[in-house]
Design a protein around this ligand. Structure first.
Ligand SMILES: Cc1ncc(COP(=O)(O)O)c(C=O)c1O
Length: 380
């Protein structure tokens, strides 16, 4: 089956009990057993396994071209559990431009448990090669990054990482691209993670995360941790993501079309100093982006010429773009990362430009979005 068919059917079939076409929300914490130690179809306690969650895990696993998916209560819960594959003392090399919440988890929480972190420019595979240590157990990439939309050549970094004698795991946070645009496992990554809160859910009504792997042993290690740590999503949340996924391909095409039009418009605007969009000709890694992604996805970041004040006034003046954190829903959102989503990076090496504005371009009519931005920039 092709991607567009998999989004609707993968991991799902009419319910064997009554033929329900949509996967039921199995709102139960436990399952009756036929005898001591005789669970029906392997279902016992729901932290371990739930049919609604399993349908979602199998669906996203197929979309990513992996064998196994493991869903979590949030993107950060997925990230946290993946990091627990390592032992204290292990070194982790991460991009110096990853999502602020990922940086906070690594730098402020997991460091306390004996993991050693370095943050480097992963857009340059040589910087990655130079920063690897004998103890490196994991390399963490995000591409495109939040909020600067930098692009890392996944295949080039995979080759560097897999040549290392300690065999580090290569993890790619594929939240911004989605599997419709980019499939890191096919480019050599070992693990893909997502905040399902974003494009996979697609409607800003659910928080969730997922990790996808190809390798059975790695899956078993992560499944053990998923159950042992317990940061699992509820069945209603899994149902909402499953429903969102059915339109992923249709939504992503429109997100990309609208975002490219907006990036073009903004790149010519006198109040804008810089536009960041992976498929815009001005992007420094546009060739890598076009090689490994189907489209530029729906996120556009800009730096205002006159800094923070103008950025704030612009973000407060839009009418269709709602001033809010998060991204990836059908509706357009706008925010000022330095004061909102990336506040936790203030004063660190990850601090972002105060004049940066991030737009999550939705699937409304392109001209309404362009007019909204035009009017708001006049007021800014
Ligand atoms: C790229 C990226 N990864 C991970 C996360 C964390 O996901 P969640 O908010 O679902 O915990 C986010 C959230 O914004 C994100 O943008």
């Amino acid at each position: 089956m092709r991607f567009e068919t998999l989004t609707i059917h993968a991991g799902q079939e009419p319910d064997p009990n009554n033929g329900a076409v949509m996967t039921p929300i199995y709102q139960t914490s436990t399952f009756a057993q036929d005898g001591v130690g005789k669970a029906r179809q392997g279902y016992e306690y729901v932290r371990t396994k739930n049919p609604t969650r399993l349908a979602l895990e199998n669906c996203v696993a197929e979309l990513e071209g992996g064998g196994y998916g493991l869903a979590f209560a949030s993107g950060l819960a997925a990230t946290d559990t993946v990091l627990r594959l390592l032992n204290s003392g292990a070194h982790v090399l991460a991009g110096n431009d990853v999502y602020g919440g990922t940086f906070r988890l690594f730098d402020k929480v997991l460091r306390r448990f004996g993991l050693d972190f370095d943050f480097v420019d992963t857009t340059d595979p040589e910087s990655v090669a130079e920063a690897l240590k004998p103890t490196t157990g994991m390399v963490w990439l995000e591409t495109p990054t939040n909020p600067l939309l930098s692009i890392t050549d996944i295949q080039a970094v995979t080759e560097v990482v897999h040549a290392h004698s300690n065999h580090p795991l290569l993890v790619v946070d594929n939240t911004f691209a989605t599997p419709y645009n980019q499939r890191p496992l096919e480019l050599g990554a070992d693990i893909v993670v997502h905040s399902m809160t974003k494009y996979l859910g697609g409607h800003s009504d659910v928080v969730g995360g997922i990790a996808i792997v190809k390798d059975k042993l790695l899956y078993e290690g992560l499944a053990f941790l998923q159950n042992a740590v317990g940061a699992v999503p509820g069945p209603m949340d899994c149902f909402l993501v499953l429903r969102g996924l059915k339109t992923l391909h249709v939504r992503m095409d429109r997100h990309a079309e609208n975002a490219l039009a907006l990036a073009d418009y903004l790149s010519k605007h006198p109040k804008v100093a810089k536009v960041m969009y992976p498929f815009h000709a001005s992007h420094p890694q546009v060739h890598v982006a076009k090689r490994q992604m189907r489209s530029g996805s729906g996120m556009v970041s800009i730096i205002m010429k006159d800094g923070r004040e103008v950025a704030v006034r612009f973000a407060e003046a839009t009418k269709i773009f709602t001033l809010a954190e998060s991204l990836g829903g059908v509706e357009s959102l706008i925010e000022v990362p330095a004061a909102m989503t990336h506040l936790s990076t203030a004063g660190s090496q990850m601090a972002v430009d105060p004049g940066l504005v991030r737009l999550s371009v939705g699937i409304e009519h392109k001209d309404d979005l362009l007019e909204d931005v035009e009017e708001a920039l006049k007021k800014a």
